[in-house]
Design a protein around this ligand. Sequence first.
Ligand SMILES: Cc1cc2nc3c(=O)[nH]c(=O)nc-3n(C[C@H](O)[C@H](O)[C@H](O)COP(=O)(O)OP(=O)(O)OC[C@H]3O[C@@H](n4cnc5c(N)ncnc54)[C@H](O)[C@@H]3O)c2cc1C
Length: 476
Amino acid sequence: MNKDYDAIVIGAGPNGLAAAIELAKRGKRVCVYEANETIGGGARSAALTLPGFVHDTCSAVHPLAVGSPFFKNLSLAEYGLEFIYPPAAVAHPFDDGSAILLHRSVAETASQFGVDARSYQRLFEPLARHWEILAPELLGPIHLPSHPFVMARFGLNAIHSAASFVKSRFKEDRTRAFFAGAAAHSCLSLHQLGTTAFGLVLLTLGHTGGWPIPRGGTQNISNALAAHLKSLGGEIVTSSRVKSLDDLASSACVLFDLTPRQILHIAGERLPSGYKNKLGRYRYGPAVFKMDWALDGPVPWGARECTQSATLHLGGSFAEIEASESAIWEGKCSERPFVLAAQPSLFDSTRAPAGKHTLWAYCHVPNGSTIDMTERIENQIERFAPGFRSRIIARSSLSPAQMENLNANLVGGDINGGAATITQLFTRPTIRTYSTPLKDVYICSSSTPPGGGVHGMCGYHAARTAFRKSFKRVGE
Ligand SMILES: Cc1cc2nc3c(=O)[nH]c(=O)nc-3n(C[C@H](O)[C@H](O)[C@H](O)COP(=O)(O)OP(=O)(O)OC[C@H]3O[C@@H](n4cnc5c(N)ncnc54)[C@H](O)[C@@H]3O)c2cc1C
């Protein structure tokens, strides 16, 4: 068995790096092949507009990274990663010039919701209290829960569509809109079952770990993971796009940090037809249209509170957010899209030259959409920040096709490695999740549970599966 490596990981995204670290920690010789010149996949930064401005190419805000049980155990601070915690996790402005903030304290957050204050508090206090129990249960494959009562209480709410949940729980439109902003991160219509789960998890993360940004840019998460991997003896080869399993050095097992479509291209010939058909039927979700700006001053928000948070949810009322997210599932783009924005330079001076600022934003669009959303996104920002356009020095727009060009995992511009519908959440991409019918070949990308986000949990669970199946049986 004189193999070059014990494990080869294809793709140096956060899940590929997480899988490689977990195997290296278990004494395995690991090599990661990355198609791009730079590592990180959805966790990268670059000067997308002008020299001196650092923009996050994909992910920007990291409640899932600090909430990840796997990352928590890695001591990434020792490898240069520092998170910055703005005073509030999210700001949600309204047309009347006010805004609601997601504070660490449930009570302080609830106090903004008028008659819904008690209802909000009763919902989130137990979730925040039990988050350490819930996190490992939720961020992995389906299994018998170790804490069935806590999970049942979460599940009974989580299963509902966000649209029906907010109507039954909250009376005020502002509370409903605030919840909808978090639930809309699912990239699903708010009428789809299970969308409440996204709102519950993301708001609870605001009450527990916060929604921080990495100092210097999201690239630093990937750099810290890579440095940790190298300290364990792991190797990374960049500019090395894998087109066939025959391209690889010899190894005891292979893990794909890729989505089903690329796996079919690379290994399709070897896969049995039943499994191949299932991968072929795997459903990708809506896409994003992504923008970055270099600004000659901070965003002039109408609501003062918006300067308290790196993350902004721009959609105003519940009805507007609901309509924007539903339109996408009908193949349309709203005139007033729900915009997710981040203003990292307000809290991290390394992101822009002195006195200048960066802004990051995206809205959801149908998969593969070719509609240029630049004007609609800028209109939404201008609506809540009059004078915004006059501060723009340079802008970068990335359409779904351009996103896929940057990273083949972003199929049609889908940022989550496949739709996060209830039928595809815990059993993605098939019921086998991390395993494939090919001996010693595994999947570790966000196309496995628990899905999209920078948390490394897909990689961690895939590596554990690979270790159990490919190494334990030979007594290693
Ligand atoms: C615009 C955008 C905004 C986002 N915002 C957030 C956010 O704020 N917070 C958050 O938590 N998440 C966010 N996400 C989601 C997050 O980035 C992804 O869920 C996460 O990166 C998935 O990690 P992964 O390792 O599974 O795959 P990826 O990060 O996609 O990594 C896959 C890697 O494989 C490489 N690759 C592809 N094909 C090959 C091949 N044939 N050979 C070798 N290498 C290959 C790619 O180049 C890439 O580096 C965002 C994503 C996007 C696109």
